[in-house]
Design a protein around this ligand. Structure first.
Ligand code: HEC
Length: 185
């Protein structure tokens, strides 16, 4: 063969480029489906809320991309099994509901011992759950080691104006109840 060196180098370059292009194509292009939309509307029993809360945690809440439920060992994120049992005593003066609300609305206000900060603010984008969805998640969290007591009317320090999220809510939660008409998001 008398292919000049430059030709051989050129061929090698082309072959290498083609090879990596081919490998690049082989890498599965994972199609990211938007998580199933769960709409919390109307009134719901606490049991229904817990069920929806679980779906939200698997879906758009993205909770279970970080958290496990029932895994032990060296974990990067707190395992949530039995979390309601711990929630009541995590912070003096905070009920489990208040503690869970704080964990989601203001995740860095209190860091679980042994873990690093890193939990996103759940009511802000990109996760951006609304107040009602977060109440459902709280219902499910309560079911982990406890009995859910939360309802869609439950007020906590972050939703003291639950029907009108993102408005300057006055703490205390004494606003009149707004009728529950299928709020959409
Ligand atoms: C990016 C990873 C990540 C995501 C997503 C995430 N968390 Fe967390 N979460 C953490 C980390 C890290 C901690 C521990 C540090 C802290 O206390 O903020 C934590 C702590 C918690 C705690 C406190 C646990 C305890 O033992 O006291 C709760 C409850 C919790 N997360 C619930 C949730 C829920 C519900 C969602 C979804 C709506 C969620 N997390 C989404 C990372 C995450």
């Amino acid at each position: 063969m008398t292919v000049p060196l430059i030709g051989r180098i050129g061929a090698l370059v082309i072959a290498t480029t083609a090879f990596y292009t081919y490998v690049g194509q082989m890498v599965p292009q994972k199609e990211v489906q938007p998580p199933a939309e769960v709409v919390v509307k109307g009134d719901l029993s606490t049991a229904d809320m817990a069920k929806i809360g679980r779906e939200i945690m698997e879906g758009k809440g993205l909770c279970l991309t970080c958290h496990t439920i029932g895994k032990s060992g060296a974990l990067r994120f707190p395992d949530l099994a039995g979390v309601d049992g711990r929630a009541k005593s995590r912070e003096p003066g905070l009920s489990d509901i208040e503690y869970f609300a704080q964990a989601m609305y203001e995740p860095n206000a209190n860091i679980v011992p042994g873990f690093n900060p890193g939990m996103p603010t759940i009511n802000k984008p990109p996760i951006g759950l609304n107040d009602r969805e977060i109440l459902c998640v709280i219902a499910y969290l309560q079911s982990l080691g406890g009995t859910p007591t939360v309802t869609l009317q439950t007020k906590h320090q972050y939703n003291a104006g639950a029907a009108t999220p993102s408005q300057g809510a006055s703490p205390g939660g004494t606003q009149p109840q707004t009728p529950l008409t299928g709020e959409k998001r």
